[in-house]
Design a protein around this ligand. Structure first.
Ligand code: SF4
Length: 565
């Protein structure tokens, strides 16, 4: 049984937090291919108020797994430890394994904190876990000499912690079993490793000396097609820097386009790994968002964070991405070593030049495996004992005499204010490339963004003035590029909100003439007619989809009201 434990704190972006790491799917598929019976338990996706340890305990008593593998990160370690203790009590013979970033970087701490753990898997896990499972199947145990030859593990032996050295890595990623053979999921990764050396990130040390490795475009797109067949239409490509090998990405895009599947996807990249031709391919293959780590507008801070990118590179990457109808999202970090109100102003100035359409502002935290944490350990500013506290990560400012909570909070507030106060200008400055082939994609991009202002995240943000007006501008602009059902729908819904039912119905009539049978447009049309008390006219727009139980209330109202004078 694989377990994705719950984090300590509730997540703002709950959807991201409950995701099972792609590495778990790779390992689970490999074990299934080797005739193991596998379950994946996602405790990070429980409804609020549910007790993950209790649910876990009840489930393992029912399933009685021979081995439980926890995917452990810093934020979920406390729940992982609690589950491990519960597992040992309820199933004393079951082998308890921890893998993931936390066991890789704090083996000694975890083994001392929780003697219930049998084995820690460090680094890349496929080959190590398969070897462990084979030993368990053959000998019924993973103790002592039987596992000493397996690389990439740590365990207690005779009162000492034994570490068997770096894991055996998979050189040919295409030799791995396609996880889509057994599972359906949205998060994918084509590569392992990153060319960056950011001091706040655990990726460089996690992948270590194993070098950057890739799936072939064909393997990767085969995976996408298999998942699309299972009904997945949107993917999150979570490679650290998806575009680091541009020819490979162009080939991926070429294969997706020739397969002609209606999918969309988000990716993460760096501003120094983007160019015009690549973006054009990515957009036509369904890419709708790229996230870039901008981190700061201050040269000094970027140096401290190990991010040698220039303002010019950032501005160019954001402008190019936006102009191809891909939403550029900026990650900023605040509360870094050397941060002052002056450096935050520099970040705000850079933001104004980038004009991002989405942002994420992170307070700098440090955790084992990062250069910053290693430096703090070496200087004696922190010890691993800090993880005895019920905290997910350690904010940098707690180690820095020049910073404190109220100061870093004001940094975050300043950045957020600068973004939300200016997003309307950013939207009005969107300049799209004049490539006819991209017009339908421009319409799609503008109408998606419009929906964020009319019905999504930005609609409810009190800092954004008149989001409906911004949405209307975007829907209108979308329709100027190409007919787009989402733009017809969004604009009609705005008219309905403004009680302009006639205008909504006129627009929907036009939309339905171009997209006959479109369900959303039909239902919206039915509602527009109901709002004008034209129940008889509205009825056919719902009965067209009478197999959908969601239509029943509308049909009932139309039938009832039609007969009421
Ligand atoms: S922050 Fe991004 S670019 Fe920097 S090392 Fe980590 S994954 Fe690579």
């Amino acid at each position: 049984m694989f377990v994705n434990p719950a984090c300590l704190d509730p997540r703002i972006m709950g959807r991201d937090a409950g995701v099972i790491p792609i590495g778990v799917y790779y390992m689970a598929a490999l074990l299934m291919e080797n005739e193991c019976d596998v379950r994946i338990l996602n405790l990070a996706a429980l409804a609020p108020g549910k007790d993950p340890v209790q649910i876990f305990g009840a489930l393992i008593e029912k399933e009685k797994p021979d081995l439980i593998g926890f995917s452990v990160t810093n934020p979920n370690r406390i729940n992982a430890l609690a589950c491990a203790r519960a597992a040992r009590k309820r199933l004393p013979q079951t082998c308890i394994v921890f893998g993931g970033p936390a066991p890789t970087f704090m083996a000694s701490y975890l083994l001392k904190a929780c003697p219930e753990i049998d084995i820690l898997v460090q680094g890349e896990g496929e080959s190590t876990l398969l070897s462990l499972v084979k030993v368990l199947a053959e000998t019924g145990s993973v103790k002592g000499a039987s596992v000493r030859n397996i690389r990439g593990i740590a365990f207690w032996e005779d009162g000492k912690i034994i570490e068997t050295g770096p894991a055996q890595v998979v050189q040919d990623l295409d030799s791995l079993v396609h996880p889509s053979t057994y599972f359906a999921f949205e998060h994918l990764s084509m590569s392992r490793g990153c060319p960056g050396k950011c001091t706040f990130c655990g990726s460089p040390k996690f992948w270590g000396k194993s070098g950057i490795r890739f799936h072939s475009p064909l393997w990767f797109v085969t995976e996408i097609l298999a998942l699309a067949k299972k009904g997945i239409t949107h993917f999150y490509i979570s490679d650290d820097t998806f575009t680091m090998d541009r020819e490979r990405v162009i080939e991926v895009c070429r294969l997706i386009i020739s397969a002609d599947i209606p999918i969309t996807w988000n990716a993460i990249s760096r501003v120094d790994y983007i160019d015009r031709e690549l973006l054009s391919w990515m957009r036509r293959a369904g890419c709708i968002q790229i996230s870039f780590g901008v981190e700061s507008g201050s040269k000094k801070i970027k140096k401290n964070l190990g991010k040698p990118i220039s303002d010019e590179q950032c501005i160019r990457a954001f402008s190019l991405t936006r102009s191809h109808g891909i939403l550029p999202r900026a990650y900023f970090i605040y509360g870094s070593p050397g941060e002052t109100h002056k450096t935050i102003r520099e970040s705000c100035n850079l933001m104004l030049a980038l004009k991002p359409l989405a942002t994420v502002f992170y307070l700098l935290v440090i955790f084992p495996g990062t250069h910053l944490y290693g430096r703090a350990l070496a200087k004696g500013q922190v010890t691993d004992g800090v993880w005895d506290q019920k905290i997910e990560d350690l904010p940098w400012f707690e180690l820095d005499d020049t910073l404190d909570f109220s100061r870093v909070k004001s940094f975050g507030d300043t950045l957020r204010e600068a973004f939300f106060d200016n997003i309307a200008h950013f939207v009005h400055d969107i300049d799209l490339v004049e490539e006819k082939e991209l017009y339908p994609f421009h319409a799609d991009f503008l109408s998606r963004l419009a929906m964020t202002f009319s019905h999504g995240e930005y609609a409810k943000n009190p800092r954004i003035k008149d989001p409906a007006k911004i949405a209307e501008h975007l829907f209108t602009r979308a329709l100027s590029y190409s007919p787009c059902p989402r733009a017809f729908l969004g604009m009609a819904m705005l008219f309905q909100q403004q009680k302009k039912f006639n205008r909504a119905a006129a627009l929907l009539t036009k939309g339905l003439s171009l997209f006959p049978g479109n369900k959303e447009l039909s239902v919206c049309m039915g509602v527009a007619l109901m709002n004008q008390a034209k129940f008889k006219d509205a009825l056919p727009f719902f009965t067209l989809f009478k197999d959908d139980p969601g239509m029943d209330p509308y049909i009932t109202i139309c039938n009832t009201r039609e007969q009421t004078p």
